[in-house]
Design a protein around this ligand. Structure first.
Ligand code: FES
Length: 582
């Protein structure tokens, strides 16, 4: 029925007697469709769209104060709109009034604490793995300019509800927070949604985490804590390492000392857990960049379970035969302090990244180590060397031939994300201990040389192309080289930011796995480092090829987000608003 506006905030519905007779009315006012019901002697008003997926509640059933939607059977309290089924969310309720035998409704929902409600729903979504609820929460928090609160809450949830410690979900959440500026406004919400979905998955069926207490001690020397922590990680003493770390944070040792302590433990052994250990540690510091160093004691101890249990590559035969890489590496590790004091990192404006990367890609281990040590001796900065190694690692997926086994994409991916993590960590907390990671990374690039045989050549630009053509490549399985071809053409057109945003969108519309999120974020980081040079273009080509190899997927996550976004915009997912509650 048509609504008649009786006052700025009050809409006339119908005479009370008419409502008693018909039991419900559906009216439209101020862009909303409102269901007004008479039940057990009272008048109630609710938004007529089921908050779950928009089915008209006027087609539901009312019994004993509960309205049941007929679509997925979510139930709502008539008196307040709260759902009894968390998957559905609460339905907005409206104030009603009966004056002179006529029913009026205020078309503005009874609003409580919107921010608190969205955060509460975020928690429920995380607890129960409800993706649609998570999507709605992320969208609401974005609209309320409270995305950073959502990020912090999701991170705390992921930390407290997983005794096994830091998770891939937390890495994805942090990686997506890192790349937000590179994405379109629409994709930023979707990126955070992926992050919280993966946090929920990482905590599903996990034991909660219980903290150990810091030591009650007068010991305050930073070097003592660094030594203790490294010793306890080395001997795989999880509780001792956790208490040491908690104490170091609690007594207020600097961020630099804590970072040195953790990154040293990550590089005391070679390429731990195919690089994940250092990558997770770097991500934990990046998470603290987003939520504040004051949360260090909540975040960093989550790294300990992984640190003490990680595989150490000196235990792996591929690192021992035919060349004993640990022998070579341990020797150079022992020389690093001397090399650094000799070179002093004094060379500014060094541009030898591409040349050094070629040596790492094609050289033998002793030659690679010599090239790196000579660079250090001549004053090349640690972060220039780490960038050169990351660039070498980025070239492996560029030249990866699709005749390799599919699983080998992960091999080249691991090295690239590890070398990127070393590069990021060195910018945060440079040290000769962490510099060992540069050499480990270079050896991992060396070990993967067979994955560039045959070597896929760089694609050449071929005519004018659009972002739409790039996106279309990801609709067909296996278009790895075709995708690189389109990227090369877009880059030749100077559309670098279009490439970054389109790759971001191509990632976010898929049901992407951990490695796709990782490689995109690492790629954006290294692209920014080399932007405006051929290495920058090469990084993007490698990311594009990796993402194309893993697309398309079912795209269910994006579909859920799209439903939530349409509901939030007030779109009618179901056109038929007729029929009746009974
Ligand atoms: S329960 Fe109402 S639309 Fe799903």
């Amino acid at each position: 029925m048509a609504a008649e506006v009786a006052s700025p905030a009050t809409v006339r519905v119908c005479p009370l007697e008419e409502l008693k007779r018909d039991l419900f009315k559906v009216i439209s006012a101020e862009g909303r469709v409102i269901l007004v019901l008479f039940h057990e002697g009272e008048v109630f008003s609710l938004d007529n769209r089921c908050p779950h997926m928009g089915f008209p509640l006027s087609q539901g059933t009312v019994r004993e104060g509960i309205l049941t939607c007929h679509w997925h059977h979510a139930r709502f309290d008539l008196a307040g709109g709260c759902t009894l089924d968390p998957f559905a969310d609460d339905v907005p309720a409206f104030a009603t009034d009966v004056r002179d035998g006529v029913v009026f409704v205020d078309p503005h929902p009874i609003s409580g604490d919107k921010r608190g409600h969205a955060l509460c729903k975020l928690n429920e979504g995380l607890e129960h793995g409800l993706n649609l609820v998570l999507a709605k929460s992320v969208i609401s928090l974005n609209e309320l300019d409270a995305s950073s609160e959502g990020l912090r809450q999701a991170a705390f949830f992921g930390l407290k509800n997983r005794a096994a410690g830091w998770s891939t979900g937390l890495s994805i959440l942090t990686a997506m927070a890192n790349v937000l500026p590179a994405l379109t406004a629409e994709d930023r919400r979707l990126a955070l949604f992926h992050g919280v979905v993966h946090v929920a998955r990482s905590t599903a069926n996990q034991s909660p985490d219980f903290d150990l207490e810091p030591l009650a001690t007068r010991e305050t020397r930073p070097e003592r804590y660094v030594d203790w922590f490294r010793r306890f990680v080395d001997s795989r003493s999880e509780d001792a390492a956790e208490r040491t770390l908690r104490t170091a944070i609690r007594i207020g040792l600097s961020q630099q000392v804590i970072a040195t302590m953790l990154f040293a433990a990550c590089t005391d052994h070679l390429y731990m857990d195919v690089g994940h250990t250092l990558d997770f540690t770097n991500k934990a510091f990046e998470l603290l960049d987003h939520i504040g160093w004051e949360h260090a004691e909540a975040v960093l101890p989550s790294l300990v379970p992984h640190l003490v249990s990680a595989q150490r590559m000196e235990e792996s035969s591929s690192w021992r035969h035919p060349v004993d890489l640990p022998d070579l590496l341990h020797k150079v590790h022992g020389e690093l302090d001397g090399l650094l004091s000799e070179g002093g990192g004094r060379r500014r404006g060094w541009h030898g990244h591409a040349q050094l990367a070629q040596t790492i890609l094609d050289g033998e281990p002793a030659k690679i180590i010599e090239a790196l040590t000579e660079s250090l001796r001549s004053g090349v900065a640690l972060t220039d060397l780490s960038a050169a190694v990351a660039y070498a690692a980025a070239l492996r997926p560029v030249h990866f031939h699709v005749s390799n086994e599919f699983g080998d994409w992960d091999t080249v991916h691991h090295t690239f994300t590890y070398t990127n993590a070393v590069d990021q960590a060195l910018r945060r907390a440079p040290s000769s201990l962490l510099a060992r990671g540069i050499f480990d990374g270079a050896m991992s690039v060396y070990l993967e040389r067979f994955l560039n045989m045959p070597r896929q050549p760089l694609p050449s630009p071929s005519g004018q192309v659009t972002a739409g053509q790039l996106l279309a490549q990801f609709d067909v399985q296996g278009r790895v080289d075709e995708t690189a071809q389109v990227v090369a053409s877009l880059l030749a057109q100077g559309e670098h930011e279009v490439v970054v945003q389109t790759l971001g969108h191509a990632l976010l519309r898929e049901d992407a796995g951990f490695h796709q999120f990782q490689i995109f974020e690492a790629g954006v980081r290294q692209y920014r480092r080399f932007a405006g040079t051929p290495p920058g273009d090469h990084v993007l080509l490698g990311v594009a090829r990796f993402l194309a190899a893993h697309s398309p997927t079912v795209r269910a996550t994006g579909q859920t987000f799209d439903i939530a976004a349409r509901l939030h915009r007030g779109e009618a997912l179901y056109a038929n608003q007729q029929g009746g509650a009974n």
